[in-house]
Design a protein around this ligand. Structure first.
Ligand SMILES: Cc1ncc(COP(=O)(O)O)c(C=O)c1O
Length: 402
């Protein structure tokens, strides 16, 4: 018998991460011997580059394995400050950097440090699943504005302005975007920068996919628009996606000193420093050879082109060209409301994705988890063979719906 434990009511509005749920379901089916192709995971399929692993291994012989400064090793914060200063064309000091256990942890600390009860954060949809829930966990209120597929999912300055109230603290800008792969243009960034100043907002710039851009996509930093924007921008970044280091759990924040200090206070009373050996590996990633990044980017780009081509060939499926990250975000709304041969109706994208994994043996993530019902997200951070076979399975399954 289970003992009845009352769970804190602050968790009432919080949903578990849908991407992790889809990945776990596909993994369970695979463990049961069922051949499922999963496009669920948001992580590179590559191994962490050899020189990064070697640096971590070598450090074990040199006493790594102790507590470090709560904010992260000074050498690492210096390397991060130098890199972010160059990318964002502004001077960032090592004291303005907090290293955490992944960018997810950085964002959590950030919302906890920033938001009073009822403070609002503007989140463009489609959004990364965790933003609204993190804002709510911190007592804040997510205010969702919707980017349209025909505008490549970009939100406009007018939408941001209209969403502002007396309680608005910040705009989240995830560029390139998970789940859409959209990359904001220079003109779009400048328009958003203008409204940020007019409405006296902060920008939370989640740049975790900044180095994964393709074709004519180009990462534009909102912090680099002007010194005024640099002051207002909180940079969230990390090594998970760029260096295939998801499991090492290192992310970082750079921003105004009082905010970074407040976040460090939270970290000091919760997790303390991120893992020592992972910090050493991150230092090697940031300061070592960068060809590995180019090689992985090239492979992602080839897979992106193939996946988009195959998706667009499925009847009634449209797919914008993703220019960054490693996701395609096709519109499957034509198939909502359709019936299986057995007569089951696909009421929504969640049901459709459940059926696709059970019957079609292909796992994709329902768009409603990202605030975009009718769409689904597929990660192309997997082999070309998986892309061909998996999108083939998707096409065959959808063809069974009428
Ligand atoms: C948009 C976005 N931000 C942040 C993260 C968190 O990355 P990590 O905690 O692995 O550094 C992810 C991971 O999926 C993401 O997609």
């Amino acid at each position: 018998m289970t003992f009845p434990i009352k769970i804190a009511s602050r968790l009432d509005p919080i949903k578990p991460s849908i991407t992790l749920a889809v990945t776990a379901k596909a993994a369970k089916l695979k463990a049961d011997g069922i051949d499922v192709i999963s496009f669920g995971a948001g992580e590179p399929d590559f191994d962490t580059p050899a020189h990064i692993k070697a640096a971590a291994a070598a450090s074990l012989e040199k006493g790594v394995g102790k507590y470090t400064d709560v904010s992260g090793l000074l050498a690492l914060r210096k390397a991060i400050a130098a890199e972010l200063s160059a990318v964002h064309n502004t001077k960032i000091e090592p004291d303005q950097v907090l290293v955490s256990a992944g960018a997810k942890h950085s964002l959590f600390n950030l919302f906890m440090a920033l938001l009073d009860s009822g403070d609002e954060v503007i989140i463009p949809a489609p959004y990364w699943v965790s933003y609204p829930d993190m804002v709510m966990l911190a007592g804040g209120r997510p205010v969702i504005i919707e980017g349209k597929a025909e505008d490549d999912f970009a939100v406009t300055a007018e939408q941001v302005a209209a969403a502002c109230s007396g309680r608005t603290r910040a705009l989240v800008l995830n560029n390139p975007s998970n789940p859409t792969g959209a990359v904001y243009t220079q003109a779009q960034i400048e328009a958003l920068a203008k409204v940020v100043v007019e409405k006296d907002l902060l920008v939370i710039s989640d740049d975790i996919y900044r180095q994964l851009v393709y074709g004519d996509g180009k990462y534009v930093s909102i912090a680099a628009v002007s010194p005024e924007l640099a002051k207002r921008t909180i940079l969230v970044d990390g090594v998970s996606k760029t260096y295939a280091m998801t499991g090492w759990r290192i992310g970082y924040t750079a921003g105004p000193l009082p905010l970074i200090k407040a976040m460090a206070k939270i970290q000091g009373q919760s997790t303390s420093n991120p893992t020592h050996i992972a910090q050493v590996a991150t230092l090697a990633a940031l300061t070592g050879p960068q060809d590995c990044v180019g090689e992985m980017r090239k492979a992602f780009d080839e897979r992106r082109v193939e996946m988009v081509k195959l998706l667009r060939a499925i009847p009634h499926v449209s797919c914008r060209e993703p220019k960054g990250a490693f996701y395609a975000f096709p519109d499957l709304s034509h198939y909502i409301g359709k019936k299986t041969a057995e007569g089951a109706i696909m009421d929504d994208d969640v049901q459709l994705c459940d059926w696709l994994v059970e019957v079609g043996k292909v796992a994709v993530v329902p768009g409603s988890g990202f605030g975009a019902p009718g769409f689904v997200r597929l990660s192309y951070a997997c082999s070309m063979q998986n892309i061909r076979d998996g999108v083939g399975r998707l096409a065959s399954a959808l063809a069974k719906l009428s």
